[in-house]
Design a binder for this molecule. Structure first.
Ligand code: PGD
Ligand code: PGD
Length: 834
């Protein structure tokens, strides 16, 4: 059986599509050479300087102090066009030039005119003044409210580099100077990373997958379930290696059957000529249950595997066949919810069971209300199929992320800056001293789930549940951010804007005028990673090289590194020496390298000394053993489930969790369960007719690069694009290039229309990360002129278990915008900040 296989030519899948000229590629690298050959290559000096980024390794050509050309590394198997935007981020008109303070805050004090945040009325101050203000405010807030008055759990994708890791540098400063409220979890896998330790005993989402080679040689059916590696493997948390593109090419050549379950016919589906199934968004658990029911009804499930490697199937079965609630989760039942024909659901069950099937799942399916259930149900489904731990079978939860499945090299772990040697004096209320026995001085919880900051600001003192514990939301008066863009990543922008009014002070370090910087009281301009030295590893899973990230150009304007800024703040607070440990940038970089060199020696390898490496203009490569190329996730567990027991209470896969049962959460029962999200396409209580897929952008990393020329590649009428199916467009009189207003009760944004049949009817796609640009920041629910989708999403948490974000939960309506178009203003510095 095969589903829709329409062929669509795919732009940008040509290898090296970004290469400007082959003449640039003369320098010899040694991806497969010995470690020592690097030293030799150090001699072949070049005017090009090597560095790395989330988008890959590259060399930059500098002319008269200006970066004029960026060339991807010759060993990058699939350079991303995003690298082009990287260069522009140094020179873009959105660059923050000087330290700035919001006028009302400066003139009237902390908390003054909170409605004025975002209006762009800033005053330029000297660095000395700025440092005094920040140090003074940290002291004031700690004195008055205790260390819990400061939130420093600053979340975000920052830049790569082991030293200029600004989030850690911020925590180091806050920890060294007296404590702060931290954050738990992340926005990427918030739900899955909390449920999966209960199910398989590890985070799983960040674990290595069965290698692409093994998939190529063994998998018969490869399912991408809400998973689009051709897009999302363009970037890395460390420097991107793009190894997944090699794997995908092999899969294509091998002619493996590919099925994509996604409301969008993804770039991956198109590239691999996959069969496309488009369920209603947020109904995957129901669809999986329908497949599971068929497996059981047709006796296709693997009883032996379930018995030997899992616990709790019997209890789940009572639910599956309807003994628990009177509703058997048949394919017909599932079909009504997810919109996929019952016959297709049944056929999927048969095909999966008959063939070696690998299910590669992305993360959007857990970034939804009750998102914990999707990955749990997928593990359950794969347990029933009985192929976990077999070559090419089971599941992989990071094929789409940082090139999971690229074999891991035998390399040392390169250390990085830590949050500091100081003991965490983090959580003492004001006026208390460490060791006090007074009840008022007992340490309070000082970490909150990362997306609950807005809730904390609106409801300080509220107790929330979290993974079996209670957390009292602290009373926060000061928020400090470095390396993230909360006015992009947090859901329900207008709620957030209201919450921010409760703050006395918001400090932001960035190099560009993001919406977060615009809503700050104190804005400190930092260097890009191209204006400083650093060091990083290549490939989160591959760990194949150590890359020198050399400074390309001098800092622009008055930009300083986060480290230098925090060192000065520490100095004001009498802690410079503790903070810096007496070391500068190059001392730290060298120390990370030298520790790795020692570790590598213990592994029988000899890395060149630091100076040789640093001068080499080349990445240092490590070998990949055959065993890693043949890696099969869970093979050891399958081989011996006692010796290689999982980290769950039973040591097995937990289809039913007694630990979760004990928590008694109404929104996270002890076995995978279908629960209606608060809103969904065609849902029982849904008010708006269209679901928004707020996917990860093709030409951006979240909001990074939105302020660059790269925008010209995708913006429509200067706005964030909105994909819409021809049927939905026609019903609304919309055509390509129109500007439309997407809205719901939470907010409204302008978008540029792209009509396309690669999206399911009833669904529109507006990528996350578009910069927030309200027409009038003082006006509640003001229209966002550019298209920040998080004006429309809900801030409800996934459940009491993970308290994670639901970026993929939102329904809306869209209409042609016929009023006078307001100009987009967010991509240049605020009017009064020049
Ligand atoms: P970025 O755009 O990467 O977004 O949210 P995140 O905050 O990570 O922001 C990084 C910021 O750090 C940028 O402003 C950049 O300029 C700055 N920066 C870079 N380098 C440095 C540096 O060296 N120093 C300092 N001080 N700043 C630096 C992303 C988040 O969004 C994530 S990870 C996910 S997975 C979520 N995804 C979705 C989603 O799928 N759907 C919706 N609706 N919403 C989401 N939000 C989340
Ligand atoms: P998304 O694009 O949000 O990526 O990885 P993640 O897998 O979360 O969603 C993947 C696919 O799921 C999309 O094709 C979408 O249409 C589909 N989808 C959405 N809702 C549903 C649903 O309800 N059911 C089904 N079956 N499918 C659904 C994100 C990962 O990407 C993360 S967390 C980060 S931090 C990185 N971010 C970026 C980035 O910003 N830009 C790029 N180019 N690459 C990234 N890689 C990483």
């Amino acid at each position: 059986m095969s589903f829709d296989k329409t062929k669509i030519t795919l732009p940008d899948m040509n290898r090296r599509s970004f290469l400007k000229s082959s003449a640039m590629l003369t320098m010899v690298g040694a991806a497969s050479g010995s470690l020592l050959s690097r030293g030799a290559q150090a001699q072949s000096a070049s005017k090009l300087t090597m560095s790395g980024s989330h988008w890959g390794v590259f060399r930059g050509r500098v002319d008269h102090g200006r970066l004029v050309e960026v060339t991807p590394w010759e060993h990058d198997p699939h350079p991303t066009p995003m690298l082009e935007g990287m260069m522009d981020s140094i020179y873009s008109p959105s660059r923050i030039k000087y330290p700035m303070v919001r006028r009302a805050w400066l003139e009237k004090g902390p908390g003054a005119d909170p409605e004025g945040r975002g209006t762009g009325d800033f005053v330029r101050v000297s660095w000395d003044k700025a440092i005094d203000l920040v140090a003074g405010e940290l002291t004031r807030v700690r004195k008055k409210y205790g260390s819990n008055g400061i939130f420093g759990g600053s979340y975000g994708w920052k830049s790569v580099g082991k030293f200029h890791n600004c989030r850690t540098l911020l925590r180091r400063m806050l920890k060294t100077t007296g404590g702060f409220v931290n954050s738990l979890g992340d926005y990427s896998t918030g739900a899955a990373q909390v449920i999966l330790p209960h199910v398989v005993g590890s985070l799983e989402v960040y674990e290595q997958c069965t290698s692409w080679d093994v998939v190529r040689d063994n998998t018969k059916t490869l399912v991408f379930w809400g998973c689009n590696p051709v897009n999302t493997d363009q970037i890395g948390w460390l420097i991107a290696d793009h190894g997944a593109f090699v794997g995908l090419e092999e899969v294509k050549k091998a002619g493996i059957r590919v099925i994509c379950i996604d409301p969008i016919k993804t770039e991956t589906c198109q590239y691999l000529d996959g069969e496309w199934l488009a369920p209603r968004p947020q109904t995957d658990v129901a669809m999986m249950l329908g497949i599971a029911h068929t497996l059981y009804a047709e006796k296709l499930h693997d009883e032996e595997v379930l018995k030997k490697y899992t616990v709790g199937f019997d209890k789940f079965l009572a639910y599956l066949i309807g003994k628990e609630d009177g509703t058997p989760k048949t394919a017909e039942w599932a079909s009504k919810i997810c919109g996929i024909d019952a016959d297709i659901i049944k056929q999927l069950a048969r095909d999966f069971a008959k063939n070696r099937t690998m299910i590669a799942a992305g993360w959007s399916i857990q970034r939804q209300h009750h998102g914990e259930q999707s990955h749990w149900m997928l593990v359950t489904l794969c347990s029933m199929l009985g192929q976990i731990g077999l070559p090419g079978g089971g599941f992989g939860f990071s094929y789409h992320y940082c090139s999971g499945g690229s074999p891991t090299a035998t390399s040392p772990i390169l250390g990085g800056i830590t949050d500091g040697p100081a003991a965490p004096a983090t959580d003492l209320p004001a006026g208390c001293h460490p060791g006090s026995t007074e009840s008022a001085c007992q340490p309070k919880s000082n970490s909150i789930p990362v997306c609950r900051l807005v809730e904390a600001l609106l409801h300080p003192g509220r107790t929330i549940k979290y993974n079996g514990s209670d957390i009292v939301l602290p009373e926060i008066h000061m928020v400090y951010w470095a390396g993230g863009n909360p006015f992009s990543h947090q859901q329900d922008r207008n709620e957030m804007v209201e919450a921010w009014k409760k703050l006395d002070t918001f400090v932001v370090h960035d190099f560009q005028w993001t919406a977060s910087a615009r809503h700050a009281d104190i804005v400190l301009p930092v260097t890009t990673s191209y204006e400083r030295n650093d060091i990083e590893q290549l490939g989160d899973y591959a760990l194949s090289h150590i890359v020198p990230m050399k400074k390309l150009v001098e800092p622009m304007y008055e930009a300083r590194s986060d480290f230098d800024i925090f060192s000065d703040i520490c100095e004001r607070l009498g802690k410079r020496e503790e903070y810096t440990e007496g070391m500068n940038e190059m001392d730290w970089i060298k120390s990370f390298y030298e520790s790795a060199r020692l570790e590598s020696r213990a592994k029988g390898m000899e890395m060149p000394v630091f100076d040789t490496f640093w001068q080499s203009e080349e990445a240092l490569g490590f070998p990949v053993k055959e065993a890693q190329k043949q890696f099969v996730r869970y093979a050891d567990f399958r081989e011996d489930p006692l010796l290689n027991a999982l980290g769950t209470p039973s040591g097995k896969i937990e289809i039913y969790s007694l630990n979760i049962e004990k928590m008694h959460y109404d929104d996270c029962p002890p076995h995978p369960t279908w629960m209606e999200p608060i809103e969904r396409l065609d849902g029982p209580t849904t008010k708006y007719p269209l679901h928004i897929a707020s996917n990860h952008p093709i030409y951006r990393l979240h909001s990074q690069l939105c302020g660059t020329k790269l925008r010209e590649k995708y913006a429509i009428g200067g706005r964030e694009p909105c994909w819409i199916n021809p049927k939905d467009a026609e019903a609304r009189g919309l055509k390509d290039g129109d500007i439309a207003r997407a809205y719901n009760d939470r907010g409204q944004i302008l978008v540029g229309i792209k009509v396309t049949d690669v999206i399911r009817p009833g669904v529109i796609r507006i990528n996350e990360g578009g910069w927030y640009d309200p027409v009038n920041p003082r006006e509640p629910h003001s229209l966002c002129r550019y298209g920040d989708v998080n004006n429309l999403t809900t801030s409800v948490s996934t459940s009491k278990l993970a308290q994670a974000n639901c970026g993929q939960t939102a329904v809306v309506e869209i209409e042609k915008f016929t009023s006078t178009l307001p100009p987009v203003e967010v991509f240049v510095e605020p009017r009064k900040a020049g």
